[in-house]
Design a protein around this ligand. Structure first.
Ligand code: B16
Ligand code: MG
Length: 211
């Protein structure tokens, strides 16, 4: 029996993709790049700098490292301003009740997110209290699909990857979970991905996996 669940944050526990979109759009519009919701979907689970590279590849121009760092900083500033709109009501009751239920069943719970803004999001949404460990963009050097963020989460919990499920919404996250030797649970976009081990429709379906 597994001992723990490691949850992706954006797209699984809460939804910040609209804020990422709005913040990137400001930069893309200024550079006349054809950024849309479809491209935004490709940024799920991908790090900030890699997201920027995807957006810049929509045009034919090359940019210096300094320019890229400035774009990423501007995006992050706009994004963090938008995150100020988040409140605990942005997390569904279904999510909170399921997390509580998993704890009652004796599972340890951790976060495994690429986002460097994880502490701010957990704080705004009052989510930190449900988790025994947090691994995020601040403690890794390689982003998903590299398994580092999940392996660190398992290590913080004191477990091996074989003891933990990964819950993800992004293909890059499922690839990361598989590369780390985890059993993967896919929701949203990741539910239809061929590499996902267990597809779920709604968050509370996790309880059927756990029991
Ligand atoms: P930041 P997750 C990811 O979070 C997002 O899905 C992705 O769109 C974003 O680029 C990445 O975090 C980095 O975010 O700029 O806040 O460090 O899905 O891994 O929880
Ligand atoms: Mg995600």
């Amino acid at each position: 029996m597994k001992k723990a669940f490691i949850f992706d944050l954006d797209g699984v526990l809460c939804f910040t993709d609209k804020y990422h979109y709005e913040a990137w759009k400001t930069i893309a519009d200024r550079l006349s790049l054809p950024f849309d919701e479809k491209v935004n979907d490709r940024l799920r689970g991908v790090s900030r700098m890699e997201s920027l590279e995807i957006i810049l590849s929509l045009g034919g121009k090359t940019y210096t490292e300094d320019e890229k760092v400035k774009f990423a900083e501007e995006k992050n500033e706009a994004y963090r301003k938008l995150l100020e709109n988040m409140t605990p009501s942005d997390v569904a009751d279904e999510v909170r009740n399921t997390l509580k239920e998993l704890h009652k069943c004796g599972y340890k719970l951790a976060i495994g997110s690429s986002s460097k803004n994880t502490p701010l999001i957990l704080d705004r949404c009052d989510l930190k209290k449900y988790f025994d460990a947090v691994s995020d963009g601040n403690n890794i050097t390689r982003s998903k699909p590299d398994p580092e963020v999940f392996l660190k989460a398992a290590e913080y919990l004191g477990f091996n990857s074989g003891d933990c499920y990964i819950v993800e919404d992004a293909e890059a996250g499922i690839d990361a979970g598989k590369a780390g030797g985890f059993v993967t649970i896919g929701i949203g976009c990741a539910a239809g991905y061929e590499k996902t081990d267990i597809a779920i429709k709604t968050f509370k379906d996790i309880l059927r996996t756990a029991i």
